[in-house]
Design a protein around this ligand. Structure first.
Ligand code: DGY
Length: 311
């Protein structure tokens, strides 16, 4: 009998054939059953996404589990300590999604600052009736100051793109990342000096609730916030209030605390651009992520060390 590999949800572009000699592959549905853990209970390996929480109680229901191959770079949906304590290997997919996510970050920044989605909505509801020079004015992006919170691979890819817009660059990071043209500062300085703030940090105990009422109060009047990191980095109530009251000009949000639900206060605000967690969502990048998942499943399945081990 081959060990079971449970694929929680179908991964676009994934090629499972090379794994068939090693594993009995199960799951792999477009939408997983609500209680996928029951189906996966005999699994030795699980291919999971950021939507699939695997914590201590979940691990108790997967007693034979040896490997979680996580599709994505963020691992906040996994209890790493619990995995480690049980000897479960965790792998992820770094190095392939920074460009797509940085593109999305710039797309949201431009869309929020230049009111792209709002303009689209105006046209569709028949609201473009004259060419008034003061109609739908936005914020010029070129030459302003961009603050990048988190200077990992995604932050660095944003910095490269930002240079094409002649943006002055500030960033926060636990260590100096020697990014050309960018200056590392403490968060309060970044918030106070940036016209645009983009969140590119992982979700950790330190970054949970990082953009709260107090920190928004430090931001420039009329600044723009973009979040392509993780929803819980932002306090949604505080951000919605700042957008409603005009303290912040606009926001571009790709991530939310309880996806696919979007906090309702945002839905009525014209100055928020909302996207459904599309940071890594290109055909090319999702296929590359799937390739890294299957390659490490193959390695661990053969008893070799994985390439992208988290714990
Ligand atoms: C990641 O890699 O963490 C992304 O958010 C998944 O799309």
């Amino acid at each position: 009998m081959k060990p079971i590999l449970y694929v929680v949800r179908a991964l676009p572009g994934a090629r499972w054939e090379p794994l068939e000699p090693l594993f009995d592959i199960r799951g792999n549905a477009q939408r997983p059953p609500a209680d996928w853990l029951s189906e996966a209970s005999g699994a030795t390996a699980v291919a999971a996404t950021y939507l699939d929480r695997i914590d201590g109680p979940a691990l108790d229901r997967l007693p034979g589990l040896r490997h979680v191959a996580s599709y994505g770079v963020g691992v906040n949906h996994l209890d790493l300590q619990a995995c480690k304590a049980r000897g479960v290997i965790v792998t992820n997919t770094p190095g392939v999604l920074a460009n797509a996510t940085a593109d999305m970050t710039m797309a949201l920044l431009l869309a929020a600052a230049r009111r792209v989605a709002e303009g689209d909505r105006t046209i569709r509801r028949g609201g473009w009736t004259e060419n008034d020079p003061s109609f739908h004015l936005g914020i010029e992006v070129t030459g302003k100051t961009l603050g990048i919170v988190g200077m990992g691979q995604i932050g660095q890819a944003v910095a490269r793109r930002a240079q094409g817009f002649d943006l002055a660059l500030l960033y926060t990071s636990p260590r100096d990342m020697a990014v050309p043209g960018a200056r590392r500062v403490e968060l309060p300085e970044l918030l106070g000096a940036s016209d645009f703030v983009v969140l590119c940090c992982p979700l950790t105990p330190e970054t949970r609730g990082l953009v709260n009422r107090e920190r928004i109060a430090l931001m420039k009047q009329g600044a723009v916030l973009v979040n392509t990191a993780r929803g819980p980095v932002v306090d949604d109530g505080a951000l919605a209030a700042a957008l409603r009251g005009g303290r912040l000009a606009a926001a571009g949000l790709d991530v939310f605390p309880d996806e696919p639900r979007v906090p309702s206060p945002y839905l009525g605000l014209e100055n928020v651009v909302l996207t459904p967690h599309l940071g890594s969502g290109t055909r090319e990048t999702r296929a590359a992520m799937a390739r890294l998942v299957t390659e490490d499943l193959l390695r661990v399945g053969r008893g070799e060390p994985p390439k992208h081990r988290v714990v």
